[in-house]
Design a protein around this ligand. Sequence first.
Ligand SMILES: Cc1cc2nc3c(=O)[nH]c(=O)nc-3n(C[C@H](O)[C@H](O)[C@H](O)COP(=O)(O)OP(=O)(O)OC[C@H]3O[C@@H](n4cnc5c(N)ncnc54)[C@H](O)[C@@H]3O)c2cc1C
Length: 422
Amino acid sequence: MKRGLVWFTEDLRVDDNETFLKAIEENDEIIPVFLLDSSTDRLQFSVPRCGRAREKFIKESLINLQHQFNRRGGTLLVVSGTPNVELPRLCVEYQIRKVYTKKQVGSEEKMLQTEIKQQLLKLGVDFQTYSTSTLYHPDDLPFSVRDIPMLFTKFRKLAEKESSVRTPFDAPQRIVTPNLEGNPIVTKEYSTPDWLLGGEDAAQLRLAEFIWESHSIRTYKETRDQLTGLNFSSKFSAWLSQGCISPRRIYSEIKRYEREIVSNESTYWVIFELLWRDFFRFSFKKHPKAYFLLNGLGQQALYTQFDPRKFEAWTQGKTSETLINAGMNELRVTGFVSNRMRQILASYWVFGMQQDWRYGAAWFEHCLVDYDVASNWGNWAYIAGVGNDNRGGREFNIEKQAQLFDRDGAYRSSWQKSHNEL
Ligand SMILES: Cc1cc2nc3c(=O)[nH]c(=O)nc-3n(C[C@H](O)[C@H](O)[C@H](O)COP(=O)(O)OP(=O)(O)OC[C@H]3O[C@@H](n4cnc5c(N)ncnc54)[C@H](O)[C@@H]3O)c2cc1C
């Protein structure tokens, strides 16, 4: 009997999941595995990597993935432990011939995959990775990842002109696994906004709601910079970052909406933003380490110091700026803030407080429920002026932003409470 092991990471879905489909196609039986790896929760710039909001979202996504398997006749094995110990062990236990997993972009994750590949080769087990998280498949780009343009606009124009988005794969009807018994998935209580529920089912519901039920996609370009509300933006990011939905599935629904209802600048603009996501992921593949360096892609960082008192004031919403405090409170409590607020908060840390940008990025990594290595570090480097930009960074004028996006002060007053009160 041919057996393949599918190692799920940030691709917690059965729809449009090529890794998983390939394993089903090439084997009689599969062992789908998720590893709860607590060793990744080391401090980074003095901050733990994964906060409680994201931890909860991941667990919810796993519970839902388990349901997806059960509905199709299979089970998902959730195991605690480090991949380089558990994967070889499972391969021996289940007599696996090949391991299938998603290709990583972060430098540490890539190194780990290389190490595991070597270990498995010694056991006679193949190790195959697949690119499943971008809108454009890397093989379809009109340039190699090594030659990706430095600036987004050039990347976008080339991709749009000379490449096309592949049709998403449908989810399999049946999944054949042995009866697997792993660790129970225990979620810890943590209050996040109602709409932030992890898992593929919730992602599909949100897709339907944003596009087909509320038709909010029609006006997205005009509303996307707002600070509060559910439908001013898609809120797809957390599901995308854990792979509960694929960007190709979102794209195909937008295209259907454009054919059946309306095609306008707003419907296109969601795709435009998904291209930013692709751009950072592909740039990360080219520079897996540089985005974590003070000088980023090679420019000179303006500020190099780190003052723990300033960090405390910024993270706990105790600065002299009410708009910043509101944003930092919302981020810390819910794990989510709008794109515009992220830009304002990051700009204030870098230019207002004149600090090493990487501590800010690490705090966002800790808090964000939608944390994505490339989107977070790529956007931070961009704002700090050491990333994919030739304008020396993006400084936002706080008063002007408050006038534009919180004229009546409603946002500031709803998030004004200090850390202890929240
Ligand atoms: C400092 C900073 C840090 C960020 N960190 C993250 C992060 O860790 N994870 C993350 O997913 N996004 C990050 N973003 C990008 C963006 O703010 C969020 O993707 C967006 O706010 C999520 O809300 P939404 O899904 O409603 O987005 P929408 O406005 O509805 O956009 C649709 C999708 O396009 C993508 N997208 C939109 N804007 C960007 C962008 N600037 N860069 C990359 N992709 C984008 C996202 O996948 C998003 O879900 C960051 C932006 C900044 C300025």
